[in-house]
Design a protein around this ligand. Structure first.
Ligand code: MG
Length: 459
C-alpha cells in the first residue's frame, strides 16, 4: 500500500474549507502538539480562511497540552523570527503564493525552521493511525496574544543595514505587497528607511483583488508601469506570506531572482566579519553566478536539492553566511532560518546606497548566464528508471554528473539538469550557458535524452 502523505515540500496546502476544514486543521494541530509540546506560536497571512483555520489550530494545540501564543497576521519570516527567540515551535497558516481559495499550514521547529521530514512523518502517523495526546481538563493551558512581533522584527532588520546611508540616498520606491502579509511590514520598514514611498495593493485583502499573490513578471504589470510612471529608483513585490522579494529596476525591467540573490551575496561576503563563515548555500538548479561570486570573494559554496527548507536546514547545520533560491527567496541565517523578504528589501537598498549605482547598473556588473527551461510529459512510475539510464549513458560519455536532485550534467559550455516534477507527470530540462543559443541547445539535448529512454522503456 502506498503510504498516505499529507505534506508537500513545506507543509500542507489545500482548498480552504473543502479539504482544509477546521476539523482537519485541529486534528493536524493536536498531532503536532503530541510530537512537539511547550509554548507554540501561531500566525497567518491575509487569506479569508486564515482566522478560521488559525482558531482551529489553537484549539488542537490547547487540547494536546500546549500553551498557545497568537501572533496575528504577519509574514512567515516574522513568525519564524519570534519562534527562534521566544517559543518552542510554531504553526503558520498560509498558502504562500497560491490563489486565494487555497490555504495551508507550515509547521516550525524550535529554531523557527520548517520541521524535518522525520517530524512530518511522525505527525502524519498520528493523524492517520495514531491516538493524539489529549490532556485532562485541569491541564489545559492558556492562549495569549503577542501583537509586538512585527515591531521587533522591523527594528531587528534596521539593525542589520546601514540605515544612515539608505536614508541619505533618498530613494523613491514603489512597493506592491499584493494585499498579503507584507502589508503589515514593508511599508513601515521603507518609511523608517527614509524612502519616498508609493504603494500598490497595500491594503490587506484575502481576495487579492489587485493581482495574483505570486510575484511573477506577468502578475506585476501594474508595478512595472508604476515604477516607470513615477520614475522610481526601484519597485518591490512580495508573495502572499511575504517571504519572497522580487525587484523591478528603474527602467521597469523585471529582475530575475538569481540576480538579486547574487547582488546580496556579494555584499554579504564583502561585509563579513573576521572569522565569520563565508559559506553560501543554494540549490543545484540555481545559476552558476552564485558559485562564481562565492569563489571570487573567498567564500565557500554548497548546492543542495531543490527547496527553500533544504537550503535553510543546510545553513543551520553548517553555520552558513547566506543562501537562497532563484525565485527571490533569500535566507539570512543569523536573522531567520527561512526566506526573508523584508531584510532582502533593506539589503538591496543598502547596496544601491553604498555603491551609489542604479539597480540596472548593479545587475549589469554581475556574471552573465543564460538559461532555458523545457518540459516533457512522463508518467511517474518510470521517472526513476529514466534518470538512472541517463546517468549511466552520460557517465559513459565522460561527462561529470551530480545526482543531488534529478540528474545534473556538466559540459564544457554549461550544464543541464533533468528533474521530475513532484506534483505533475512531467520532466523538466533546465539549462544554463554563456549564450542563449547554447542554453537552448543544452535544454533540447536534455529533452532528447529523456525521450530516448522513455521510448525504450515503454516499447
Ligand atoms: Mg511564500
Amino acid at each position: 500500500m502506498v503510504k498516505k502523505r499529507l505534506f508537500g515540500t513545506f507543509g500542507v496546502r489545500r482548498v480552504a474549507n473543502e479539504v482544509l476544514t477546521p476539523e482537519f486543521a485541529s486534528r493536524l494541530a493536536v498531532s503536532y502538539g503530541t510530537v512537539n509540546s511547550g509554548r507554540i506560536a501561531i500566525g497567518g497571512d491575509t487569506r479569508t480562511s486564515t482566522k478560521m483555520i488559525k482558531d482551529a489550530i489553537a484549539s488542537g494545540l490547547l487540547s494536546s497540552g500546549c500553551e498557545v501564543v497568537d501572533c496575528g497576521i504577519l509574514p512567515t519570516p516574522a513568525l519564524q523570527y519570534a519562534v527562534r527567540h521566544y517559543y518552542d515551535g510554531g504553526i503558520m497558516v498560509t498558502a504562500s503564493h497560491n490563489p486565494p481559495k487555497y490555504n495551508g499550514i507550515k509547521f516550525l521547529d524550535e529554531f523557527g525552521i520548517g520541521i524535518a521530514d522525520e517530524m512530518d512523518l511522525a505527525i502524519e502517523d498520528i493523524y492517520f493511525d495514531g491516538e493524539p495526546k489529549r490532556v485532562s481538563w485541569n491541564e489545559i493551558k492558556e492562549k495569549f496574544l503577542n501583537d509586538r512581533v512585527i515591531d521587533e522584527y522591523i527594528n531587528e532588520i534596521l539593525k542589520r543595514v546601514d540605515t544612515e546611508a539608505i536614508k541619505k540616498a533618498n530613494f523613491k520606491v514603489v512597493l506592491d505587497p499584493g494585499s498579503g502579509a507584507g502589508c503589515f511590514t514593508s511599508p513601515y520598514l521603507l518609511e523608517k528607511l527614509g524612502c519616498k514611498l508609493i504603494t500598490l495593493n497595500a491594503q490587506a485583502d484575502g481576495f487579492f483583488p489587485g493581482r495574483n499573490p505570486e510575484p511573477t513578471e506577468p502578475n506585476l504589470d501594474t508595478l512595472i508601469s508604476a515604477v516607470k510612471e513615477f520614475k522610481a529608483d526601484i519597485g518591490f513585490a512580495h508573495d502572499g506570506d511575504a517571504d519572497r522579494t522580487i525587484c523591478i529596476d528603474e527602467h521597469g525591467k523585471f529582475v530575475q531572482g538569481d540576480k538579486s540573490f547574487a547582488l546580496v551575496e556579494k555584499l554579504m561576503l564583502k561585509n563579513r566579519k573576521k572569522g565569520q563563515s563565508g559559506l553560501i548555500v543554494t540549490t543545484v538548479a540555481t545559476s552558476s553566478a552564485i558559485e562564481e561570486i562565492a569563489t571570487k570573494n573567498d567564500g565557500e559554496f554548497i548546492a543542495t536539492a531543490v527547496g527553500d527548507l533544504i537550503v535553510a536546514r543546510k545553513l543551520h547545520e553548517e553555520n552558513g553566511l547566506f543562501g537562497g533560491e532563484e525565485n527571490g527567496g533569500l535566507i539570512f541565517p543569523d536573522f531567520v532560518y527561512g526566506r526573508d523578504s523584508a531584510l532582502a528589501v533593506a539589503k538591496i537598498l543598502e547596496i544601491m546606497a553604498i555603491e551609489g549605482k542604479s539597480l540596472s547598473k548593479l545587475v549589469e556588473e554581475l556574471p552573465v548566464y543564460y538559461s532555458q527551461k523545457n518540459k516533457i510529459e512522463c508518467v511517474d512510475e518510470i521517472k526513476e528508471e529514466i534518470m538512472d539510464k541517463i546517468s549511466e549513458e552520460v557517465s559513459n560519455l565522460g561527462f561529470n554528473i551530480d545526482r543531488t536532485d534529478g540528474v545534473k550534467i556538466f559540459k564544457d559550455d554549461g550544464w543541464v539538469i533533468i528533474r521530475p516534477s513532484g506534483t505533475e507527470p512531467i520532466f523538466r530540462s533546465f539549462s544554463e550557458s554563456k549564450s542563449q543559443e547554447k542554453a537552448i541547445e543544452l535544454a533540447n539535448w536534455g529533452i532528447d535524452l529523456i525521450k530516448k529512454h522513455k521510448d525504450e522503456i515503454e516499447s
